[in-house]
Write a protein that binds this ligand. Structure first.
Ligand SMILES: C[C@](O)(CO)[C@H](O)COP(=O)(O)OP(=O)(O)OC[C@H]1O[C@@H](n2ccc(N)nc2=O)[C@H](O)[C@@H]1O
Ligand SMILES: Nc1ncnc2c1ncn2[C@@H]1O[C@H](COP(=O)(O)OP(=O)(O)OP(=O)(O)O)[C@@H](O)[C@H]1O
Length: 305
C-alpha cells in the first residue's frame, strides 16, 4: 500500500485584546473572560507518515524538547489514543511565534497537529471532537483551531466567535527570554489577594470591534496579567513607554507576556511605530502583524492530486 501524502497545516498566534481573571479554582486554574484575536504570525506543521510519533523543529525553539512534553507530540498522541489508530507521524514544525511569549505558539502547534494528523490518518473527527481534544491539551488550544476574533470563558477554553469588522495593525515587541504562564498567574494572586469578582467580558470592547475603528478600540484594551508580568520583568515598562512615545494608539502585554503589542492606525503607521521601537533597543525583535486571521487550516496536502 502506498503511504498517504504529507499534510501541511498552518495555525496562528494570538493576542488577548482584553483579559480579566478571577480567583483560582481548587485545581489552581483561573476563571477568565478574555477576547482573543488571531494574528498573522504562524506556526507551520507538516505531518509526514511515520513510525510512532516524532517531531523535528525548525525556526524558533530549536532547543525545545522533542519528547512527550512537546505539545505537538502530546496532540498527536492524544488523537492516536482517542481514535485507536496505529498509524504514526513524523511532525515537522516551523515556528514563527515566540516561545513562552504569551502568544500561544505551543498551543498553535498542538491545534495544527490535531488537524494535520486527523487528515493524514483519515480519522475523520468532527470540528467539535477536535475542539474537545484541544481543550484537554491546554486552555489556549481551542482558540487556535477557531481563530479570527473570539470570546474565551471558563479557563479560556470555552470559545465563542465574536463579530469584528476590518483589519487591525499591530506592532509586536518580542523578547528572547520567555515568561512562565503559571508564574505570572501566581504573581497575579500574590498582588490581587482573594475576594476578586468573577471576570466579565468587556461589552464596550466587543462593540468597538464591530465598529472596526482602531482609535475607538484602543481605550478598551486591557490585561489583568500585565501588572504581574511587569512585577516579574520590570524592563517591560520600558517597552510599553517606547510604544507610547512612538505614537501607538495603545500598548499592552499579550497574555502572560513578555511580548508587548502596540495598536497602530494602519500598515504605514505600524511600520513607523515599529521603526521607533526598534531604535529604542528595548526588545530583541520588533515585528508587524495584522488580525484577525483564520484558525488552523490545511494549506495543502503535499503532492496531492
Ligand atoms: C495566559 C493565556 O495565554 C491567556 O490566553 C492562557 O490563560 C494560558 O493558556 P495555556 O498556556 O494554554 O494554559 P495551560 O497550558 O492550560 O495552563 C498552563 C498553566 O497556566 C495557568 N492557568 C492557565 C489558564 C487559566 N485559565 N488559569 C491558569 O491559572 C495554570 O497554572 C496552568 O498550569
Ligand atoms: N511545541 C511547543 N512550542 C512551544 N513551547 C512548547 C512546545 N511544546 C511544549 N512547550 C512548552 O510550553 C511552554 C509555553 O509554550 P508557548 O510557547 O505556547 O508559551 P506561551 O505563548 O506563553 O503560551 P500561552 O500564551 O498559551 O500561555 C514553553 O516554555 C515550553 O516549555
Amino acid at each position: 500500500m502506498t503511504s498517504p501524502p504529507p499534510v501541511h497545516v498552518r495555525a496562528p498566534g494570538k493576542i488577548n485584546l482584553s483579559l480579566r481573571a478571577g480567583p483560582p479554582d481548587t485545581e489552581g486554574y483561573h476563571p477568565l473572560a478574555t477576547v482573543f484575536q488571531a494574528v498573522s504570525l504562524y506556526e507551520d506543521v507538516v505531518a509526514h507518515p511515520g513510525q510512532g510519533v516524532s517531531v523535528q523543529i525548525n525556526g524558533r525553539g530549536a532547543d525545545l524538547p522533542t519528547d512527550t512534553t512537546n505539545l505537538a507530540v502530546r496532540a498527536a498522541g492524544l488523537l492516536r489514543s482517542s481514535t485507536g489508530t496505529e498509524d504514526g507521524v513524523r511532525l515537522e514544525l516551523t515556528k514563527a511565534v515566540p516561545v513562552a511569549g504569551g502568544m500561544a505558539g505551543g498551543s498553535a502547534d498542538a491545534a495544527a497537529t490535531l488537524l494535520a494528523c486527523d487528515q493524514l490518518w483519515g480519522t475523520g473527527r468532527t470540528r467539535e471532537e477536535l475542539v474537545a481534544l484541544a481543550a484537554r491539551l491546554g486552555a489556549d488550544v481551542p482558540f487556535a483551531l477557531t481563530g479570527m476574533t473570539a470570546v474565551g470563558t471558563g479557563r479560556g477554553d470555552v470559545v465563542t466567535p465574536a463579530m469584528s469588522r476590518g483589519t487591525y495593525h499591530w506592532v509586536l515587541a518580542l523578547q528572547d527570554e520567555g515568561l512562565s504562564t503559571p508564574e505570572v498567574f501566581r504573581a497575579l494572586d500574590e498582588g490581587a489577594g482573594p475576594g476578586r469578582p468573577q471576570p466579565e467580558v468587556d461589552e464596550d470592547l466587543l462593540a468597538a470591534l464591530v465598529g472596526g475603528d482602531a482609535t475607538a478600540l484602543a481605550p478598551h484594551l486591557g490585561n489583568d496579567l500585565q501588572e504581574p508580568a511587569l512585577d516579574l520583568r520590570p524592563e517591560l515598562g520600558d517597552v510599553l513607554a517606547a510604544c507610547h512615545r512612538a505614537g501607538a494608539l495603545a500598548a499592552l502585554v499579550s497574555g502572560s507576556g513578555p511580548t508587548v503589542v502596540a495598536l497602530a492606525l494602519d500598515g504605514p503607521h505600524a511600520r513607523s511605530v515599529a521603526e521607533v521601537v526598534r531604535a529604542a533597543e528595548v526588545a530583541d525583535e520588533v515585528l508587524t502583524a495584522t488580525g484577525p486571521v483564520p484558525g488552523a487550516r490545511v494549506v495543502e496536502r503535499v503532492g496531492a492530486q
